[in-house]
Write a protein that binds this ligand. Sequence first.
Ligand SMILES: Nc1ncnc2c1ncn2[C@@H]1O[C@H](COP(=O)(O)OP(=O)(O)O)[C@@H](O)[C@H]1O
Ligand SMILES: [Mg+2]
Length: 291
Amino acid sequence: MTPDLLQKGAQRVAEHAKLVSQSTESGGRSAGYGRVVQDANEVDVTHGRILYLEDVSVSFDGFKAINKLSLDIAPGELRCIIGPNGAGKTTMMDIITGKTRPDEGSVFFGSTIDLLRHNEPEIAQLGIGRKFQKPTVFEHLTVFENLELALKTHKGVKASMFFKLDSAQSDRLAEVVHTIHLAGSVSTLAGVLSHGQKQWLEIGMLLMQDPKLLLLDEPVAGMTDHETERTAELFLTLKGQHSLMVVEHDMSFIRTISDIVTVLCDGSVLAQGTLDQVQADERVIEVYLGR
Ligand SMILES: Nc1ncnc2c1ncn2[C@@H]1O[C@H](COP(=O)(O)OP(=O)(O)O)[C@@H](O)[C@H]1O
Ligand SMILES: [Mg+2]
């Protein structure tokens, strides 16, 4: 793709974003979501939920890391998850993505897809993307090449060698690079990016696959204040177009991005509500915020 095409794509995207943000107060939640429901292999969200966990438990050597956990998320929602170390936040993401099998309970993607019947790669294919804490970009490749590579991951070596972006993919790349604040660095080697920029690039690589649900585990850990603020902006942009589940300890970040906050403790939900509501909850103060 030529820089010229990239720029045109970015312009189209910027214009579209302007239209969307004018059309609704929330920055286009329903407008953005419309794109998701048009997809052919659609996740059935007619019941208003994209992810359901019900009575999920898992033990490691007799220790209940997840204990009758029930939780659900609406399409386009940005759900924040907080809780003390060892609460089971990462294990919950391991269960959703098929990395860990629960001992009991059910996990559904929309109302029809039973995630417990699928393995890790299948779950990624279904449209659940996951960002681990440590960035894992290809340092010797450029920003552009990293994003391009994200589209090839399911192809064989030979197919990858002759892989060329089609125009929809070029547009997608232009859109993503703009969203992740790296439009000015497409030719930069990933290895020289700052820690925060690497995190954005990895989020961008997930976005190339257009996931319906994105799970992000401590995304702003190790970021500068400025990078944290830009990440908050990024997540607010993604909200509505994707459903997001964000685990974080940084409360000012949570305050900026959150609608509903779920507090996990000892493997189940201790409290849920706005950040103010959960911060005022005595049980939450006791186990977590008061420490
Ligand atoms: N694969 C595992 N084997 C044994 N214990 C585990 C494993 N994964 C997590 N745990 C334990 O489960 C509990 C929850 O861990 P985790 O989900 O990482 O918590 P959080 O992400 O909320 O800090 C911890 O006590 C942890 O030591
Ligand atoms: Mg964790």
